[in-house]
Design a protein around this ligand. Structure first.
Ligand code: ATP
Ligand code: MG
Length: 731
């Protein structure tokens, strides 16, 4: 009896898997819906999994298109699921009439008479970000049907693929929508009048400030804070101070101050004025004396331990009731340097019984015998954050004092002091801190990495500092787009590092010139070489305006070691092998003759070649017969290239959240830097210039390898390149 024939298993399609993964109800879906669900299956972040059913229902009930779903997934990568916010992020409720679209297209066509259809489409897509791509395409096609485009001369080999447009970003209006439009505090009428007159005199509607402490370099979290402070003010016709919050002289220095200014400008922010908390030291001191006289502050003799204990137990410190004259006398002695550090402090007399610990008589001044980088040795007492920040905001007429949520607890004392002092009252508003996976972002920890040489300085390209990111090749526009994508929210933000890479890739794909470079070279020498051949190499396959580059093909050239098998090709190996010829990108077919070992112990492939198209066709067919693809390897000629050191980076920490592991230093990724010191880059890349003094240097896409920038330490003697991001996404 013959064996029963097992039913052939039916191969599952992507959508079958999606259907299972998302537990979609039975039934048929349109191809548009299928694409939407596939994207959800791929990109739905873990945190949003409990809402899968609800999100899938929204796709059906609101008839979301692919763009909207993609925007929704970016939103969820950065925010917790919340129905209203999710809908806004997906552009629900934004509608465009066909007339509106048609009118815009007609206009776009008139204004860009020589533009290709796809260029018109990209202009139109920007204007109507939520419209279905296919519909827009149909509109554009119709509008362009009868027009005769005077096409510009185009190089032959340039394909007409559309240049990617970058991620769909939520409009800024919506990103900042969560921030209150104006200061809601009630003001004394005369203060309000003065305030308005001041704003008018500087031609601003609102005022914000970005207040870094110059005790370290700025990082990606600060970029977010700048995006919020500068960006919001700009959108609303306001202005922004850069205020150096320099009240801890022992941790601060001028080097940090300079770098902060530099980075703020580098990101493209327009600074209204640069100020320092220390600019106001005298004014703050005078107010303190006044507050003592009025009974709102007192000098306390408790040690730091006693202060903490009394606060914890909600007990009044004995000095709380000392006469104002005595406090004033002691305060002046403090200032004169008659008391030792840590012996006495000035405290605000608020409320020792308050539920909010920060209201239990916070410190206003402490003694520090430390010179200050701005005021020199003028002061030996320095005001605290709680005393300084709100008053500086008031002095500067700040309407929105935007800070991160950990300051929430300090809002009450902020309001108490501005109220007691009686001037214009700024409004504090908090948003959530930005946290990124696989890195640390507190300046204290970054400082430790630098001081103990776990990294090579603040600008090590693996650091999340802005100087590090810049050296690695990230541009201001990538960083700002990333901030826009992440958005402003009051929910915890723990963002995948891959999102930054994603934004970078989208931009660099569009802007970078291409090049063929080889990281781990293996030499090929042609046995049948006749003469060098010049090849026209398109600098961007989709952007003819970048033009062509002449590259040389010569007797010796290199391919990647991994693209060669020193033996017969295995069934899954598609590159060059002893018995398997291959093709070169923009080059000939290559046939291995033999492999020899050179004097230095390295192997060299001796090969023959053919430019004949028919030969390549034969290879193509032979590979196809084996169910393989004929690959076109990237390569580089020996005499048209230079040796370079190429540095490849990975995340700095192994865990998604290094703060959660017991020993965060032990969690560092030993493979965060891999150096390829025998790489080869084309001469035209080597000659493109070096990155000096933070001037953004021209970047390249090395085909199949990623996006690269020349390192700051690169010199004509020793070329060094950094990989900013690889081509493949981890997001
Ligand atoms: P760190 O913890 O890194 O030392 P910080 O808050 O002490 O940060 P500051 O120099 O005082 O650093 O910060 C200046 C501004 O930048 C503050 O308003 C702060 O809220 C904001 N900021 C700092 N880190 C982040 C972050 N990760 N995300 C968003 N904003 C941040
Ligand atoms: Mg700080």
């Amino acid at each position: 009896m013959s064996e029963p024939v097992a039913a052939k298993p039916v191969k599952k399609t992507t959508f079958d898997k999606t259907r299972e993964q998302l537990s979609l109800p039975e039934g048929t879906y349109t191809s548009g819906q299928e694409s939407c669900f596939n994207v959800i299956a791929k990109k739905l972040p873990k945190s949003a999994i409990p809402h899968t059913a609800e999100i899938c229902n929204l796709v059906l009930s609101l008839n979301l298109n692919l763009k909207q779903v993609e925007a929704g997934m970016y939103f969820l990568a950065a925010n917790a699921f919340e129905l209203a916010a999710f809908k806004t992020a997906c552009g629900v409720g934004v509608t465009y009439t066909p007339e509106e679209i048609e009118a815009f297209i007609t206009d776009a066509v008139q204004k860009n008479p020589t533009a290709e259809n796809f260029k018109i489409l990209s202009i139109v897509s920007k204007q109507f970000p939520w419209a279905e791509a296919q519909k827009l395409q149909a509109f554009v096609q119709k509008a362009c049907e009868n027009r005769v485009v005077q096409k510009e001369e185009k190089a032959e080999k340039v394909q007409k693929a559309a240049i990617p447009e970058g991620p769909t970003l939520m409009p800024l209006e919506q990103v900042y929508d969560i921030i209150p439009k104006c200061n809601r505090y009630e003001q004394l009428p005369e203060e309000q009048a003065k305030h308005e007159a001041f704003l008018k005199s500087i031609n601003a509607t609102i005022l914000t400030r970005f207040p870094p402490e110059p005790n370290g370099y700025l990082h990606l979290g600060h970029a977010k804070s700048m995006f919020v402070n500068f960006g919001y003010a700009k959108l609303r016709g306001g202005k922004t101070y850069l205020r150096l919050d320099d009240t801890n002289p022992e941790k601060e220095n001028e080097e940090y101050v300079e770098k902060i200014k530099e980075m703020c400008k580098w990101l493209g922010h327009e600074i209204f004025q640069i100020t320092h908390a220390s600019d106001y030291f005298q004014r703050l001191y005078d107010i303190a004396e006044d507050l003592i006289v009025k009974g709102h502050c007192y000098v306390d003799n408790q040690t730091p331990e006693q202060v903490a204990e009394f606060r914890e137990k909600k007990m009044d410190p004995p000095c709380r009731f000392r006469p104002a004259e005595e406090s004033l006398k002691l305060f002046r002695e403090m200032r004169m340097g008659l008391w030792a550090e840590g012996t006495i402090t000035l405290r605000m007399k608020i409320d020792m019984k308050n539920a909010n610990p920060n209201m239990r008589d916070p410190i206003a001044y402490r003694i520090k015998f430390h010179d200050h980088q701005q005021s020199g040795d003028k002061w030996c007492i320095y005001p605290s954050y709680d005393y300084t920040h709100c008053l500086n905001d008031a002095f500067e007429n700040i309407t929105h004092s935007v800070c991160t949520l950990e300051f929430n607890i300090r809002r009450e004392s902020y309001d108490w002091l501005t109220h007691i002092v009686g001037g214009y009252r700024p409004m504090q508003w908090e948003f959530s801190r930005l946290n990124i996976t696989n890195t640390v972002m507190s300046k204290r920890r970054l400082l430790r990495l630098v001081n103990e040489n776990f990294v090579n300085g603040w600008d090590d390209p693996r650091m999340p500092t802005l100087v590090g990111l810049r050296r690695r090749g990230f541009t201001p526009s990538v960083i700002n787009q990333f901030c826009q994508l992440v958005g402003v929210s009051r929910n915890d933000q723990f963002i995948d590092y891959g999102l930054l890479e994603y934004v970078a890739r989208q931009e660099f794909e569009r802007t970078n010139d291409r090049a063929m470079a080889v990281l781990d070279p293996i030499k090929i020498e042609l046995a049948d070489y006749k003469e060098d051949k010049e090849i026209e190499y398109p600098l961007h396959p989709a952007d003819a305006s970048k033009g062509m580059q002449k590259i040389k093909f010569g007797k010796t050239f290199f391919i990647e070691q991994s693209a060669f098998m020193n033996g017969n090709a295995t069934p899954d190996f598609m590159e060059l092998a002893l018995d398997q010829p291959c093709a070169l990108r923009y080059g000939p077919a290559i046939y291995v003759k033999e492999v020899v070992t050179e004097k230095n112990g390295q192997i060299k492939i001796i090969a023959t070649h053919s430019w004949d198209a028919e030969e390549k066709q034969k290879l193509f067919k032979a590979m196809k017969a084996q169910k393989k693809t004929l690959l076109h390897l990237h390569w580089i000629s020996e005499n048209d290239s230079r040796v370079a050191e190429v540095r490849l980076y990975d995340v700095l920490f192994k865990s998604r959240d290094p703060m959660e592991v017991e020993d965060w230093i032990a969690d560092m990724n030993p493979n965060s830097l891999i150096v390829k010191d025998k790489a080869r880059v084309p001469k035209y890349v080597a000659e493109a210039g070096t990155q000096k003094d933070g001037v953004q240097y021209k970047m390249f896409q090395f085909e199949r390898l990623g996006f690269f920038v020349v390192d700051e330490q690169s010199s004509n003697k020793k070329l060094i390149f950094n990989r900013t991001v690889a081509l493949k996404s981890s997001f």
